[in-house]
Design a protein around this ligand. Structure first.
Ligand code: AHR
Length: 497
């Protein structure tokens, strides 16, 4: 079978929500502290304590939404510890992540300031596991209430006169695990109770997010949808791609054998099955697809880099991660009728990060480049495609050689994102661009590849894996032929006149 793609350029299938390109930042390792927040007195160039280099890179990538403060940390976080003068904020041990001191210098005001600097939506995750209904309710009041109230007064005392706008609010995180080890029926009842007091003040309308399942826990999805779907705007799904086994050895981020490269790509495709099956359950209770599925934690999870704190989850990022980002984002795009948001874990220095820092140095990872290349899909219309792809591997280990999605933006430009997952050879691909007959089509392309399966950027060699112009194509009428490099992510831009 040849590699062939039909793109129906005049058949659209819904809007690709820009929040599919979202991110997640937890009080974990060096994500918040060092990665984002260095403090006002730091020699590292910053604005009100937040790193300028990281903000500039994230704005360039058009980060649309940022989730905070966890993760598991969310269900241990008491937001009042993180407001007021920094010198009087509580110091505590981050028991979940590395046992280090959390000085609470980065709290509500700092997070909201960061989102304003990034021009992205805040997505705040409240505490159900160890918090109270009152605590959650008061956080929303503190953030968004405009009138006279104890929390609005407290906010003003802390220097913020105007309420903020907060759209996305999560009611608990992983409540089947670190968020309280609950049964789904119990969580569904708690969700109903807690969300009652997550109020809409003034014209601030909160999009309420319920905690959804871990991976293939279809029973959790079924029970929470059955008992609480009418009280939620979205429900979450968490799935991490782990080459080995979570408890006995996840596998290294670099220096892995070829079989681990292919095995990890195969596991990334599991996201397709998970979304399809969870969507089928959601469809029973929400056939009109009002409730969104938010994949608000996804990405690769490896053994930590040798010599680093095991609780900090610091890992390198290679072309393998870039391909997995490409596979996953293409899957989310294709499911944009249900997937309204996705948040890769995590933003800086933790798991599949787009940015790594070391002191004042910063590098962009291969995953960053994929997000930057794919940003053209944000808010565009998904196009109907039909893909015939060769297979790699055999039997149960087989997976498609290609991963693709396509969209059309408001200006009528078409973007096609293509991953060639074969690490051994480049491949030819034919694209039949239906609906463009008689148009003058201009093609531009960008590609990301590497000469080794673990090609990555370091602080000494920050541009080893970087995008370059893609010119290996020819166009005859509406038939576009590509020569894709081995293990590459390519984004094409087609302008038809
Ligand atoms: O992203 C790391 C952790 O993974 C999060 O804190 C938790 O929600 C998940 O188990």
């Amino acid at each position: 079978m040849a590699n062939r793609l039909t793109v129906n350029t005049d058949i659209t299938k819904g809007t690709i929500n820009r929040n599919i390109y979202g991110h997640f930042s937890e009080h974990l390792g060096r994500c918040i502290y060092e990665g984002l927040w260095v403090g006002e007195d730091s020699p590292i160039p910053n604005t009100n304590g937040i790193r300028n280099d990281v903000v500039a890179a994230l704005k360039e990538m058009k980060i649309p939404v940022l989730r905070w403060p966890g993760g598991c940390f969310a269900d241990e976080y008491h937001w009042k510890d993180g407001i007021g003068p920094k010198e009087t904020r509580k110091r505590m041990i981050n028991t979940h992540w590395g046992g280090v001191v959390e000085n609470n210098h980065f709290g509500t005001h700092e997070f909201m300031m960061l989102c304003a600097m990034l021009e992205c939506e805040p997505y705040i995750n409240g505490n159900v596991g160890s918090g109270t209904v009152q605590e959650m309710s008061e956080w929303v009041e503190y953030l968004t209430f405009e009138g006279v109230s104890p929390m609005a007064e407290l906010r003003k005392e802390n220097g913020r006169e105007e309420p903020w706008k907060v759209k996305y609010f999560g009611v608990g995180n992983e409540n089947w695990g670190c968020g309280g080890n609950m049964r789904p029926e119990y969580y569904a009842d708690l969700y109903r109770q807690f969300q009652t007091y997550v109020r809409n003040y003034g014209d601030n309308k909160i999009h309420k997010v319920a905690c959804g399942p871990n991976v293939d826990d279809y029973n959790w999805m079924e029970a929470v949808m059955k008992n609480a779907h009418q009280f939620m705007d979205s429900i979450t799904l968490h799935y991490y791609t782990i080459p080995g086994d979570f408890w006995t050895g996840k596998g290294a981020a670099t220096g892995f054998p070829d079989a681990e490269f292919t095995g990890t790509l195969k596991k990334a495709f599991y996201m397709e099955e998970l979304i399809t099956k969870h969507t089928a359950i959601m469809d029973q209770y929400d056939p009109e697809k009002r409730v969104g599925l938010l994949v608000d934690e996804w990405g690769t999870w490896y053994d930590v880099e040798p010599g680093t704190n095991p609780g900090f989850l610091y890992q390198q990022n290679t072309i393998r991660d870039a391909l997995i980002a490409g596979i996953s984002l293409n899957i989310f795009n294709q499911h944009c009728d249900r997937v309204q948001m996705a948040n890769i874990a995590q933003l800086v220095n933790v798991l599949q990060s787009v940015i790594l820092t070391e002191g004042e140095k910063m590098i962009l990872t291969p995953t960053y480049h994929v997000f930057n290349m794919f940003k053209v899909h944000q808010d565009a219309q998904l196009l109907d495609i039909h893909l015939s792809s060769e297979e790699l591997g055999s039997g149960k280990e087989a997976y498609p050689q290609l991963s693709v999605s396509a969209s059309k933006n408001d200006a009528g430009q078409i973007h096609i994102s293509i991953c060639n997952l074969d690490h051994l050879t480049g491949t030819n691909m034919e694209l039949d661009l239906r609906g463009l007959m008689g148009s003058q089509v201009t093609v531009k392309g960008t590609t990301l590849t590497s000469d080794t399966t673990d090609g990555h950027n370091t602080f000494d060699n920050p541009d080893r894996v970087a995008p370059s112009e893609f010119t290996s194509f020819s166009l005859e009428d509406t038939m576009l032929t590509l020569e894709l490099p081995a293990m590459s992510v390519t984004v094409l831009e087609l302008t038809a006149e």
